[in-house]
Design a protein. Structure first.
Length: 278
């Protein structure tokens, strides 16, 4: 039996189809449930009223639908705010798994990472996407980001070039803010300037993130061999802070180059066909 709540004590809405039973209780003309309830004697004396309003099944369904509508709208707004704050390049806010062609080994790993988010988050397990330029590392990392933001997880995608170009007075504040996100994605790792200051900044970000106990996803054009055999002590310290990231290799033809070739072939065919009709 449904338990009555104080929140049900709202003014009774009467519709043309509603009817009153022999006890004078109003009923819904659609579901047949009472829209009023008799108050206990002690309550009648205290409130100076005999009946109170209650929600029938129809009204409860309407309330649940309205609650769900509001919840969905709030969810959509939150995801939009998370995406606006996540990406420097807004193009990647549209990156989703369903738009990928086929299911590669890399995509399978990415999907499993999302599915097991609570576990990898708790254990501070990240991913290291490494391989040649244009093989889909950033796009797949963005798919993970969008899938997690749909779960209302805060994600930030950033590269060190951006961090190093931020004004000095804001840089420490930016680095500190990166520790607040549920997942940090560092894109194009290894392309930043190799100055002492630049390397110290890179180490500071990775070290702070590592010590926060929160996971990272890193995309890089560096090979795993380069990261396992650093050129100096500073690079060794930097790469050491990626040891909680599971390496995932990307290879094959550059997707950007392949897409460019396909586009050129399409236009070439279109133009040649047009030439033949002239």
């Amino acid at each position: 039996m449904r338990r009555e709540k104080i929140g049900d004590m709202i003014p009774t809405k009467v519709k043309k189809t509603d009817f009153t039973d022999a006890n004078g209780i109003l009923h819904c003309g659609i579901c047949g449930e009472p829209k009023e309830a008799i108050l206990p004697q002690e309550m009648q004396k205290f409130l100076h009223m005999k009946k109170r309003s209650r929600l029938c099944a129809c009204q409860r369904e309407e309330r649940e639908q309205e609650t769900e509508r509001v919840r969905l709208q709030e969810h959509i707004s939150l995801v939009k705010r998370l995406q606006d704050n996540c990406f420097q390049c807004k193009t990647f806010s549209n990156a989703v798994f369903k738009d990928l062609e086929g299911e590669s080994r890399q995509e399978t790993i990415a999907r499993r990472y999302v599915q097991n988010w609570e576990k990898v988050r708790k254990e501070n397990i990240g991913l290291l996407f490494w391989g040649d330029v244009g093989t889909g590392k950033t796009y797949l990392a963005s798919c993970i980001a969008n899938a997690l933001m749909e779960q209302e997880v805060s994600v930030k995608m950033v590269n060190f070039s951006y961090i190093l170009n931020v004004g000095f007075e804001y840089r420490n504040e930016l680095i500190h803010s990166l520790g607040h996100f549920g997942l940090l994605i560092i894109d194009d790792f290894g392309t930043e300037r190799g100055t002492d200051y630049g390397l110290e900044t890179v180490h500071s970000v990775l070290d702070a993130r590592y010590n926060s106990g929160k996971p990272m996803i890193i995309t890089t054009n560096l090979s795993l061999q380069q990261m396992k055999n650093p050129e100096d002590e500073m690079h060794k310290k930097i790469y050491d802070r990626t040891k909680n990231c599971v390496p995932v290799q990307f290879g094959g033809e550059s997707r950007r180059q392949a897409a460019g070739k396909d586009k050129m072939e399409q236009f070439k065919k279109m133009l040649l066909e047009a030439e033949e009709t002239i």
